[in-house]
Design a protein around this ligand. Structure first.
Ligand SMILES: [Zn+2]
Length: 77
């Protein structure tokens, strides 16, 4: 019973973080590596995440040239 409760709390936590601006992509648009959630930028109302601070810097300097590289990850059901 206790386990079920913590699973519910955990799922609720995920839902809350999605609303708090989770990135649309799972791969860094600059390097193609997996993203890390601490490196994020907002572009056209979308949150885009990067693998490292360098990639975020590159994107921030010219977002329009990298926006087409952003692969929007499939939404989880
Ligand atoms: Zn990077």
């Amino acid at each position: 019973m206790k386990t079920l409760l913590s699973v519910l709390v955990f799922s609720f936590g995920i839902a809350a973080s999605v609303m708090a601006g989770m990135p649309v992509n799972a791969e860094c648009p600059i390097s193609g590596k997996p993203i890390r959630l601490i490196f994020r930028s907002k572009y056209k109302d979308q949150v885009i995440a990067f693998c490292c601070a360098d990639c975020k810097d590159k994107f921030d300097k010219s977002p329009s040239s990298y926006a087409s590289h952003v692969k929007v990850a499939a939404k989880q059901p």
